[in-house]
Design a protein around this ligand. Structure first.
Ligand code: GLP
Length: 236
């Protein structure tokens, strides 16, 4: 696990965006694994800018998002809408090639990823309880795409995107931990004081299902980006 420490968040966003642009330039049919949340927003902005300036086409790129809410949720709160508003609408990506897990695809999502050739690069954030995608603590490391009941902590953390906590869905569908681990390359970005404890556990603990992100240290090609400020607080 390579840890890359930058002074500023914007330096992380630019470096990761450049890397993803290079991947798409080298292989216009790249398969990208994408995340929601506030962490990747600046990365998406930078990718969109670079794609436009450097004239890099995403027309033949396929994307697989990590997760999606289930149950009664306003369209504007869905992760598909989030991705469209923050990323897809700024690119020439073909929306047919932008995939999200859903109940119909449940059993097939992992196969769809395999059929597309596997994920070339997976972008990841982390929950304050160490979740990756929506794999909450004690999710088996060999899990595939599945339905989850969200932790109260996760619903509270995500309530900032809703008008009140009651609107936050109780369930979601998520790539499993083994699905994520099959990506050829993983970029995990950890930002903000609410993630100090998560970063500390990632750096200091052996892999254990009580802390889902800890599995990532077993991946052969993973980079973890954080800021110096956060790294100093999480140092063990
Ligand atoms: C949600 C998503 C995760 C994301 C996490 C952290 O729970 N399912 O994929 O990593 O939020 O979000 P943020 O980047 O806003 O802290």
């Amino acid at each position: 696990m390579e840890i890359i420490i930058k002074n500023q968040t914007k330096d992380i966003a630019i470096e990761v965006a450049k890397h993803i642009i290079e991947i798409v330039e080298q292989n216009p049919k790249s398969v990208l694994g994408l995340a929601t949340g506030s962490t990747p927003l600046d990365i998406y902005r930078n990718i969109s800018k670079l794609a436009s300036v450097l004239k890099v086409s995403f027309a033949n790129v396929t994307t697989f998002n990590l997760d999606e809410y289930l149950g009664p949720v306003a369209v504007e709160q869905s992760y598909r809408y989030f991705m469209h508003e923050n990323f897809f609408k700024f690119l020439d990506v073909d929306l047919i090639n932008t995939k999200f897990p859903n109940e119909e695809l449940l059993e097939k999502y992992d196969d769809e990823i395999d059929k597309a050739g596997g994920i070339d690069i997976q972008l990841l954030g982390i929950g304050s309880n160490g979740h990756i995608a929506f794999n909450e603590p004690f999710t088996p490391f060999d899990s595939k795409t599945h339905i989850v009941k969200l932790d109260d902590k996760t619903r509270n953390d995500n309530a900032r995107f809703f008008s009140n906590i009651d609107e936050v869905p109780t369930h979601a569908i998520t790539m499993g931990i083994s699905t994520i681990m099959k990506a050829k390359e993983i970029i995990l970005v950890i930002l903000g004081d609410s993630k100090v404890s998560a970063l500390k556990q990632l750096l200091c603990l052996e892999p254990d299902e009580s802390f889902p992100a800890s599995v990532l240290s077993k991946h052969p090609n993973i980079k973890v980006y954080t800021t110096m400020d956060l790294f100093k607080k999480a140092f063990c």
